[in-house]
Design a protein around this ligand. Sequence first.
Ligand SMILES: [Zn+2]
Length: 332
Amino acid sequence: MSTHCFACKESNVLTDEHVIPQALGGRLKAKLYCKICNENFGKDIDAEIANQFGNIATILKIKRERGKLQPFEVEDIDKKINLVFDGEGFTRKDPIVEIEIEPDSKTLKSANITARSKKELEKRIKDIQRRYQVQRDIKTFQEVHPGPTDTKYEITIDNTLIRRAVAKIAYSLFCIKVPKEVVFESAFDEVREYFKDGSGPDLACANFIHTRFMSDYIRPLHKIHIALNRQRKVVVGYVSLFGIYRFTVLLSGKHASQLEWADLDYTFDPVRRKEVFGNERFRAPNIAKEDILHPKQSKVFVQQELNRGQKLIESYVDNYEFLGTELSRPTS
Ligand SMILES: [Zn+2]
């Protein structure tokens, strides 16, 4: 069936789109965008959001529809080495190769290689055998990283690609919930152009101060909330990923609506893989247009909120263990 793509507006066959990327455990799908748009999103904005926030999905061992959990790099604070965590175990990020050569410069005296995989190790050994005379057999063994007690990793919480990805998340839910003729109004052209091509000023922003209603600080919920302020002609999208990373999106600053709609909401528990209902108590604050894109929030405040989010993830993993489910803590 051919119809109009909600991004480029061209008449085309539409493909399935995950409203929240499936790399983050998103399950809600709809035919919204054409193949060309979908592929472009996959390459840049969806890839960026998977890169930056996919590690939380890995920590929570979220079952994806397809594809593997995103491995990510952590630093073992004790040993000062970089490890990669893939949801199952830790492996060394960089190989170590230390070789000692006899004075004849042809014979290998000793070699100490730590590789990240058997395949890599075999390749390194072959390289050495090709270049040097090797006197003895080479013995290999598997190094096991028990999992560091203390790790750290860095993520980016706000950049242009993330902002565009988040704008698409809010807009995609809007497309599902609101009649097509409303979505295709010119009042929403700017946001379409923005997440599609990155043109125009930024229309989304990391916002921790006006989005506290988006998290219950107990569960790592994904949540999208869309609110209309009819007097101000403003349509605001609120997006919360894992209850931690939170954003506001200006979907439109000039939507003249005849009707008052109920706030549109979608809440999803990516660990239990279930939609969460009955969140009436979540009420969006009435925020000024300039606060949507320029929230007044101090760095200290943002850090506090991020720490709270980190604790949420950790305690959720603990509780899950306590309940005797499959989910286990990566560091134990
Ligand atoms: Zn398209």
